[in-house]
Structures are given as C-alpha cells and as structure tokens.
Write a protein that binds this ligand. Structure first.
Ligand SMILES: Cc1ncc(COP(=O)(O)OP(=O)(O)O)c(N)n1
Ligand code: 3NM
Ligand code: MG
Length: 356
C-alpha cells in the first residue's frame, strides 16, 4: 500500500514518485540494452535468460506501485534532467562499453528505486535491493565471459600433466608440449609431496614464461600463488571460485570442473574464467561412475560462451565428436602425455582443433 504522508510531507512524496517514475524507465531501458548485448553481442543464451529474468522481475516489482500515482506524478516538462546529457553519455566506442554503461545506469536507477520507495511504499524497497545485487552478479558474469572469450580465444588444446619421474623427465615432457603448441598446461599431481609439487610448479613457470602457453595448477591456489602460475583449477568439492580468487587475486585465471548444465550455469555466475566439462568419455587417468558425455557438451555449447573445455578420455580418434557436439576446446591427459611422441600427439590434436 502506498503511504499517506502528512500534508507537510506530501511535497516530498510527489518528488519521490517522480524520481521513482524516472528511475523505473531508466532501469528497464538499461536492462533491455544489456539483454540485447548478451543476446546479439555475446550470443550467450544463459546470460540472455538471466538478463531477461532480472528485467521481468523489475516489471513485476514496479507493478506493486500504483500506476495511476506514478502517472500523476510524472511531469517531464518540469524535469530539469530532461535534455541534460554528458559528453561521456554520448561517447560509445564499442559494444562492451555500451553494455557496461547501461548496466551502471540500471544499477544506479535500482538504487534510486530502492531509496525513494522507502519514503512512499517501503515494503517494495527490498525487491529493488535484490534486483541490484542480481545485476552485480550479472555484470561479473558478463565481464568474465567477454574478457576470457578474448584472453583464451586461441586456447583450444589444454593438457594435464603430472610431475613426471624426475625433474629432467618433467622438463623434457614440458619442452615437447610447448613445441607441440599446447595452449594451457595444468600441473595435476596428487601423489608427490608439497615440496616437489612446488619445485615442479616453479620449473613449469620458468619454462612457460618464455612461451605463450598458460600455466595452471590443479587444486592448489597456495601452490599457484607461490609459483606465480597463471591460475588454478578447482573441482566441485574444493575451494570455491571466490575463495580461490581471494588467494590469487583478480587477474589470475580460475577454472572450475562441471559435470552438469546446472553446475556450468553456476560456474558462470560465480565468475569462473573457464569451465571443464566432463567426463565426456571413459578415462584411463581418472575413473568415474557417471558420464554426462556428449549430451553435456551439446548443452554447454548451446547456451554458454564462457570458454569451455570438454574433458575425459578425449583423443585424436574421438575429438571430432566433441567438435561436432559444439565445443572446439578440449583438455586431455593420457592422449598426449602418455603418447610415444608427445610433441607429435599434441601438434596433431592442435591442428584438428584449429582446423588447419
Ligand atoms: C580442465 C579441467 N577440467 C576438469 C578437471 C577435474 O578437476 P576435479 O574435478 O577437481 O578433479 P581432479 O582433477 O582434482 O581429480 C581438471 N583437473 N581440469
Ligand atoms: C582429471 C579429469 N577430470 C575429468 C572431469 O570430467 O572432470 S576427466 C579427467 C581425466 C582427464 O584425463 P584423460 O584425458 O586421460 O581422460
Ligand atoms: Mg580437483
């Protein structure tokens, strides 16, 4: 119910309704532009659905106000803000900037709605607060998708390796993998002690920093930090994206394993930089009871634009099935690391993935 303010406050109420009316329009317009950006600019069905849901829920919250009161308060003739636009508002150089400005516009307008509704219809205010928080989550997911689609644009072959028999064996393996054109190398070894793991990680850092290959540490943000790796990969039962970032900082990559479309959607909202999608096929490296398989690859490819690497039992023999299911990025271990000629196996997979 809208509040009957005492006569002395009725002027404030009128001002509040006018601010609410203007903010409602700005928020809806801003959200529509954001939705169009994720739909047409990113081609991301998941983010489009999220943006649309926020916009629809805004419409529902605004319906809690009396439209008659809002219209009565509308007085654009006397609105000193009409026709006032800054140079920054006019300057738009790319699609992403349009999305960012409109997200900010929507967030500021939601804040206005939240504050001014406290004066005239306080029970509605928390809905706008919730919508503002959801818009921050959306912003984080849009930024991660956009930035990583570009940062990892060429990253199609991702190889998981262990610490090897000894340091020389490890260094030889890494040399061949880098020469074979591997885009991302992950150090994944659950059997060596922490001291050896860190030594291998530091060695890998040195070798990859002279190349364009990214270096990720599996499971261990602490080791990733100490070795100055490019990032960490975490599983569903491990530290969250937020916790991994708290250790590593915002600039490092945080990847997450996903085994269902719900987990993949969640990872996007959590602000992951990329996702692993699997297991696709039975694996010699790790055993699984369940295989979401190519169905999950298809689901992810249909709606998510955050870089996604299919994983699990992938080799030169079956990688075409993954590509046909819609993903052009794969993470492999056995097919490359256990091959007789590691460099050749990597280069072969790479050329299939890059279609060259
Ligand atoms: C790229 C990539 N995807 C998935 C995994 C698996 O991670 P997780 O589920 O945590 O299992 P472990 O590797 O820790 O056994 C991965 N490592 N890399
Ligand atoms: C470590 C790991 N995680 C998977 C997942 O689906 O999350 S599949 C997998 C094993 C990857 O090795 P290979 O290419 O030898 O099967
Ligand atoms: Mg793990």
């Amino acid at each position: 119910m809208s509040r009957d303010l005492p006569p002395s406050d009725s002027h404030s109420a009128l001002h509040a309704w006018r601010a609410i009316d203007a903010a409602a329009n700005r928020a809806a317009e801003g959200l529509r532009v954001v939705e169009d950006f994720v739909r047409f600019g990113l081609d991301d069905r998941h983010l489009t659905t999220l943006a649309k849901n926020v916009r629809h829920d805004l419409t529902a919250a605004l319906k809690l106000f009396s439209s008659e009161t809002l219209h009565r308060a509308r007085d654009t003739q006397a609105d000193v803000g009409v026709n006032v636009s800054t140079e920054a508002e006019q300057a738009r150089t790319n699609l992403a900037q349009i999305a960012t400005s409109n997200l900010k516009r929507a967030q500021q307008s939601l804040r206005t709605l939240e504050e001014f509704s406290k004066l005239v219809q306080p029970e509605v205010s928390p809905y706008f607060e919730q919508l503002r928080y959801r818009s921050y989550t959306l912003e984080k997911a849009i930024t991660a998708t956009r930035e990583n689609a570009s940062r990892l644009a060429d990253a199609r072959l991702y190889v998981l390796i262990d610490g090897g028999r000894d340091e020389d064996h490890f260094a030889e393996l890494v040399t061949q993998l880098i020469a074979g054109g591997v885009a991302i190398l992950q150090l994944r070894d659950k059997r060596i002690d922490d001291k050896t793991l860190l030594a291998r990680a530091q060695h890998l850092r040195k070798m990859t920093s002279e190349s364009s290959t990214f270096f990720i540490v599996n499971d261990r943000p602490d080791v990733a930090l100490l070795a100055d790796a490019d990032g960490v990969h975490v599983g569903q039962e491990e530290l969250s994206v937020k916790e991994a970032r708290a250790v590593l900082g915002v600039d490092k990559l945080v990847g997450v394993s996903t085994h269902s479309i719900e987990q993949a959607r969640r990872a996007v909202l959590d602000g992951a930089d990329y996702i692993g999608v699997g297991p696709t096929f039975p694996s010699q490296t790790k055993s699984f009871d369940q295989f979401p398989g190519l169905d999950l690859v298809r689901q992810v490819a249909a709606e998510i634009r955050l870089p996604a690497f299919a994983i699990g039992g992938i080799s030169a023999e079956n990688v075409t099935q993954v590509i046909e299911a819609g993903l052009c990025r794969v993470a492999v271990s056995g097919a490359v690391a256990a091959a007789e000629d590691t460099q050749k196996a990597a280069a072969n997979l790479r050329s299939i993935l890059h279609n060259d």
